[in-house]
Design a protein around this ligand. Structure first.
Ligand SMILES: [Zn+2]
Length: 610
């Protein structure tokens, strides 16, 4: 519904201010010039796009009240996300506080050192007026205690400035509600790194103390990643899909994660993963961080513009089911590391080693034999995002197996067309048809359906890929990767099993106890009746601690039976465990010189020269 009284270009107005840093409260005021005559409904989203789990952000609203032309009016709660204000002739304003103490990329966080928020946590949606421009005044915490402790705070966001200088407090604008909640905001005393990628300004705001951070290296490496991706989608024009791009990075002692947005990303990383001045080696942690940046940046095209049909538009009240996350997360996971090797940041050997690690991880869980990536995607809300101790035996990751599906298709298309076509061509076709104009004013913003995606592989490659796709996406058999690799002169060879006994469990440390986190189906522990949650006490009368399990087991041979004591619900239980070897197949993946034609295809795939 749109207001009848004032059809002119109105705006929805918000102001947001860090109100109590120690209590972690943002104070928000929403002003609606022409509220719904029947009583304005407002709500907060139940989930944040990109993270497929119901999170019920409205539970963090601490106090809320409404005023009509300055007089208090009733606000009735309709359900866990929504309110209806009493009828109001004139401007309706809603004042509320948001508790912000979730140190993740998905919600909001506020203390004396910084503030961070996603619009899904802070900005009530004004039902019926979502298509109006939304203006936000972002205010500093300066007047909290009269001190100037926050005088150096700045703002980092990809929201467009309306009345604000770059990186300053002031008012910002979004074309509609969907855009408003797609630009997270960071405030504080962050380090700022700037670079251009094919002419487009990019920046990274880094919050958290990082001594001797090698900012020049970070800028140079990110530039290579971003330019590689821009050129992948637009090889002729090298045109990026956004006017500027912002990486918001929160640095902590131990953390890893990211969430994609249309012109920015929110990241969380470990301090030790960031590069140190004067230490030029590529650490595994830094490689992982660059992979994360690359992943979220790739989403700028794949899921923020090329989208599943059910995400256009998002229904923010409830689960949005799609079987296509193998494409949107899996293919993004494939390209994130591939871009690193193509940009020259890692070498071929390292890249193939990373592929082996992904493959071996997928082969470790028996869940892969029960759930397809299409089903894993559909059930993301209740399974992948809510993993319990049974997950390895029940769930397959549409990220990791999805990236292997992309790999298989890419190798197959390259070999089948003698290198004339590749998965890059399929991505470009998706981009041209569904992505490029997604946010254009006249474009309806249509997403892509499962049938359209699947038809595209045959159309673009000229091959008959349907049976392979069916097996890879809706099947549960392992993928025929060894054959596909062979044609690009890559050897995938099984690793000889070490004659080392294994319980086939994952353990977790609890104090000095060794607790079973999960028990793998078909392994020695499963056959003996051990269960996730059991606290191991002793093996053959010798105490098991959080750190000595492998050393104790190493004294035995495969086939030996040992007496295991464990506590379950504080009751001592005995198990006779016949030791077995780790049953998961594991592989190495290495480049070969021959056949020559295959090696040539491989070099074109990875864009390596030597
Ligand atoms: Zn992703």
């Amino acid at each position: 519904m749109v207001s009848r009284r004032q059809p002119a270009r109105q705006t929805i107005q918000y102001s947001i201010r860090p109100a109590d840093l120690a209590l972690h409260l943002f104070e928000v005021t929403l002003t609606i010039a022409s509220p719904d005559a029947d009583g304005q409904i407002v709500s907060l989203p139940a989930w944040i796009p990109g993270s497929y789990m119901i999170r019920e952000f409205a539970r963090n609203i601490v106090r809320i009240r409404a005023e009509c032309e300055g007089r208090k009016v009733r606000l009735t709660k309709l359900d866990k996300h929504s309110w209806r204000a009493a009828r109001c002739e004139g401007a309706l304003s809603i004042h509320y506080q948001v508790y912000a103490w979730d140190l993740s990329v998905r919600a909001a966080h506020l203390d004396q050192t910084h503030g961070f928020f996603n619009g899904t946590s802070t900005f009530l949606q004004v039902h019926g007026q979502e298509m109006l421009p939304h203006v936000v005044e972002i205010l500093p915490p300066s007047d909290i205690d009269g001190s100037d402790a926050y005088a150096n705070w700045r703002v980092a966001t990809s929201l467009r400035e309306l009345k604000a200088r770059r990186h300053r407090f002031g008012s910002y604008i979004a074309d509609n509600y969907d855009e408003l909640i797609d630009h997270p905001v960071e405030m504080g005393e962050f380090q700022l790194i700037r670079f251009e990628a094919h002419g487009v300004p990019h920046e990274m705001a880094i919050t958290g103390r990082v001594p001797n951070l090698d900012t020049a290296r970070l800028a140079a490496d990110l530039k290579k990643i971003c330019e590689q991706q821009i050129a992948l989608f637009e090889p002729a024009t090298k045109r990026a899909p956004m006017e500027r791009y912002v990486f918001l990075t929160m640095v902590v002692g131990d953390g890893y994660g990211g969430l994609e947005h249309r012109a920015s990303t929110a990241l969380i990383c470990s301090r030790n993963d960031l590069p140190v001045k004067g230490q030029p080696a590529m650490s595994e942690g830094y490689r992982g961080f660059l992979g994360l940046c690359s992943h979220e940046y790739f989403h700028t095209w794949n899921v923020k513009r090329i989208k599943p049909a059910v995400f256009a538009p998002y229904d923010l009240r409830q689960e949005n089911y799609t079987p296509l996350l193998w494409l949107f997360e899996g293919f993004t996971s494939y390209y994130d590391d591939l871009v690193l090797v193509r940009a020259g940041l890692i070498d071929e050997k390292t890249y193939l080693g990373m592929l082996a690690k992904t493959l071996n991880g997928v082969l470790r869980g028996s869940g892969r034999l029960k759930q397809s990536v299409a089903d894993s995607s559909f059930d993301a809300w209740t399974k992948y995002y809510r993993q319990d101790e049974n997950a390895p035996n029940a769930v397959v990751s549409y990220y990791t197996k999805g990236s292997l599906v992309a790999l298989l298709l890419d190798l197959t298309i390259r070999a089948g067309t003698q290198g004339k076509r590749s998965l890059d061509d399929v991505m470009r076709a998706l981009w041209r048809r569904y992505g490029r104009d997604f946010y254009a004013p006249v474009h309806a913003g249509r997403g892509v359906t499962e049938a359209e995606v699947e038809a595209l592989f045959d159309e673009i490659s000229g091959l008959s890929l349907k049976p392979l796709l069916e097996r890879a996406v809706r099947g549960t058999k392992d993928l025929p990767l060894a054959e596909a690799f062979e044609k690009l002169a890559v050897a995938m060879a099984p690793i000889a099993k070490p004659a080392k006994p294994s319980l086939e469990v994952r353990t977790r440390k609890e104090g000095s106890d060794c607790k079973l986190a999960s028990v793998h189906e078909g392994g020695a522990a499963h056959h003996a009746g051990l269960s996730a949650g059991d606290a191991l006490v002793a093996i053959d009368g010798l105490r098991v601690t959080a750190s000595n399990l492998d050393a104790l087991l190493a004294r035995y041979r495969i086939g030996d039976t040992v007496a295991v004591h464990a506590f379950r619900r504080d009751e001592l239980m005995n198990f006779d465990v016949e030791l077995k070897t780790d049953s998961a197949s594991q592989y190495t993946i290495e480049a070969r010189d021959k056949p020559l034609a295959g090696a040539k295809l491989r070099k074109a795939w990875l864009k390596v020269r030597s």
